[in-house]
Design a protein. Structure first.
Length: 401
């Protein structure tokens, strides 16, 4: 009747597919953050233009995410995951041959489609193939794909750029995305695209109704936390190099360490939110860690670069882990047949936040010559996110529960 495994088993191959789709689908945004200093110098970009160019990527992702969610609901998780990987390969390939800012923007536009599609596609795959009780762990694993990508990019991209160029780094990961897409297409079984949940609801409710208040609250939470993530993650290496005198290698570690640590925190948080505490409370705690991160960033210039290292641990514990709880809330709190559509709405908020945060922080840095005002603004938005989470007690619960 369904393609589910028993609850006490984890489908390792499915976990790898989910993590790879997330990590490679989002790699364009991760990669440009790591090579921001070299890229802006090579192409003669101001910080403001760099922020605007990268924001194009996330704007495309935000606009496409709802449609991507509907496509995921229509054609199933496997086909959409393969599409995400191939589109990412194409976009990264264009970025690899960029010899001016317009070609770079073209690559970022193409790469924006998989950026906004990877969450709806992978959420759909989980809703189709993973039983209740195991979805928290699997959601944590798939969301950790992004953080694994951040860690790997922080460690490998500066090395590839040192021995070759930043273009070579994008070319390598574009080729890798294509290869993984072919492997998923060939090796991942078709499964059973109609899950138990869908069968139960099929006769009772064949129409897709409104998504409900909890999805709207998640979208607004994702918007504000997306601004915080976009404003910090995209500029941490640049902040470290230009404001704190860190080397390129040290700045790369600022991306790598939170990424590596958040691999585990995302799995832990997603499992905790499914089994132990309400997802709304988990999201509130994670927004609180964002407040602490902004306070530490404000203290970095007067106190010294040393505070950036404990900051990476705080960021990994919540600021970079909330997405796992948000995506789990969609998977377990929305009927399976609507999981792609609901994911698209939440991802639209997140990607819009990334777009705003990336441009906003870069613009402030150019105008003021400092990141301080930006960190204060992101701190205030993190406080708003706490209020949104605490007001959404229905988040992560099906209607009637």
């Amino acid at each position: 009747m369904s393609g589910y495994l028993p609850k006490n088993r984890i489908n390792v191959s499915l976990g790898l597919v989910l993590a790879a789709t997330m990590g490679l689908g989002a790699f364009s945004l991760i990669g440009v953050a790591v090579v921001a200093n070299d890229l802006t110098k090579d192409l003669g970009l101001s910080v403001t233009f760099f922020g605007a160019a990268v924001s194009v990527n996330t704007i495309v992702g935000a606009v496409f995410a709802p449609l991507g969610g509907r496509i995921s609901d229509k054609v199933g998780g496997k086909k959409t995951c393969v599409s995400v990987l191939f589109l990412s390969a194409f976009g990264l390939g264009i970025m690899a041959i960029a010899n001016n800012k317009w070609v770079l923007i073209g690559g970022l536009i193409v790469a924006g489609f998989p950026q906004g599609w990877c969450n709806p596609a992978t959420n759909k795959l989980i809703a189709e193939r993973v039983p209740a009780g195991r979805r928290g762990v699997m959601t944590g694993i798939k969301q950790s794909g992004v953080q694994l990508s951040v860690m790997v990019a922080g460690l490998t991209v500066p090395t590839i750029a040192y021995f070759g160029s930043w273009r070579g780094a994008f070319g390598f990961y574009g080729f890798l995305s294509f290869v993984v897409g072919v492997m998923v297409m060939v090796s991942l079984g078709d499964g059973d695209e109609e899950t138990v949940d869908q069968l139960v609801q099929k006769d009772a409710n064949t129409k897709k109704g409104p998504l409900g208040k909890s999805v709207r609250l998640l979208a607004f939470y994702a918007l504000f936390m997306g601004i915080a993530v976009g404003g910090t993650g995209r500029y941490l290496p640049l902040f470290g190099e230009t404001q704190l005198g860190m080397s390129n290698f040290e700045a790369g570690l600022l991306s790598a360490l939170p990424g590596g640590l958040a691999i585990f925190s995302r799995i832990w948080w997603a499992r905790l939110a499914e089994e132990k505490i309400a997802p709304s409370n988990a999201l509130a705690i994670q927004a609180l860690t964002s407040v602490l991160v902004m306070i530490m960033l404000l203290a970095a210039v007067p106190l010294g670069a040393w505070i950036m290292w404990p900051m990476t641990f705080v960021a990994a514990s919540g600021l970079y882990a909330w997405n796992a709880v948000a995506m789990l809330s969609v998977i377990i709190g929305v009927p399976a047949k609507n999981s792609g559509r609901a994911s698209g709405v939440v991802v639209m908020g997140f990607m819009a936040g990334l777009s705003i945060g990336g441009f906003f922080v870069g613009w402030i840095a150019d105008v003021t010559g400092s990141f301080d005002a930006a960190w204060i603004a992101l701190l205030l938005l993190s406080l708003v996110s706490i209020g949104i989470a605490l007001s959404g007690k229905q988040i992560g619960r099906l209607a009637g529960e």
